[in-house]
Write a protein that binds this ligand. Structure first.
Ligand code: G6P
Length: 227
């Protein structure tokens, strides 16, 4: 049986909060919506939306505001929020890619691995284009390809399939606990990005990609007894 590092042939990255800090734009747009409906919510509450679909995010926000909406109204307001969000991310630039991400992607590529994106967002391709990240990916799974929301593993399984790899040959990089759960359920080795207390299900948690090398990551996985 090959060693773990030889077994890994692909990396699957989430986008929002992993490669680009788009969460602040989601927050601005959702907050504008809440304000129009007559209430507000905090950045801490917004953390609870990480990894949730657009509709699930709206439903959670409506709960906070104690507001009832029909399904048609929910669709209308999700569209309104999305238009605001799309306008906000139209200003994204390559400099908005999070620190260390580009260097890490290049190293993964040099190590001969394949790279996929798995994002629940329908704006994922726009974000990749504006930040000039698109060319790094062999496969892109976005909100248009996904039917089942996290913690269902579908989004990662589609990404692995698009790379032609089994889950056991892929690392998943995720910033949301729901996404980590999805990766684990799909049989992937999952690297959480953020603080360990928010990512209890990840095989390994790292703060981000700044100063992270591929070899160093393999060492950390080995130190955490994942490999
Ligand atoms: C990602 C983000 C969520 C967002 C979801 C849908 O998972 O982390 O905050 O709600 O995508 O994104 P969209 O841009 O299609 O509304």
């Amino acid at each position: 049986m090959p060693g773990f590092s030889e077994q890994i042939k692909g990396c699957i990255f989430n986008l929002d909060g992993v490669m680009v800090d788009t969460a602040k734009y989601h927050y601005t747009a959702w907050r504008r919506l809440a304000n129009q409906l007559g209430f507000d919510f905090s950045p801490q509450q917004h953390e609870e939306l990480r990894g949730l679909s657009r509709l699930a995010s709206l439903e959670k926000i409506l709960e906070w505001g104690d507001i009832y909406m029909t399904e048609a109204e929910k669709l209308h307001w999700s569209d309104v929020k999305n238009n605001w969000y799309v306008e906000l991310i139209s200003n994204l630039r390559p400099a908005d890619v999070l620190p260390g991400v580009l260097l890490f992607l290049r190293q993964v590529r040099e190590a001969g691995l394949k790279i996929a994106l798995s994002s629940a967002s329908r704006s994922a391709r726009q974000v990749l284009r504006s930040t000039q990240l698109e060319a790094y990916f062999d496969a892109i799974i976005d909100g248009y390809s996904i039917r089942k929301v996290k913690p269902d593993p579908e989004s990662f399984l589609l990404a692995a399939q698009a790379l032609g790899l089994p889950p056991s040959a892929c690392l998943v990089f995720e910033d949301a606990d729901l996404g980590v759960q999805a990766g684990v359920a799909g049989g992937f080795t999952v690297i959480g990005i953020g603080l360990p207390e928010y990512l209890p299900n990840a095989h390994l948690v790292i703060a981000g990609f700044e100063n992270l090398t591929w070899n160093n990551l393999l060492k950390q996985l080995s130190g955490a007894a994942v490999i």
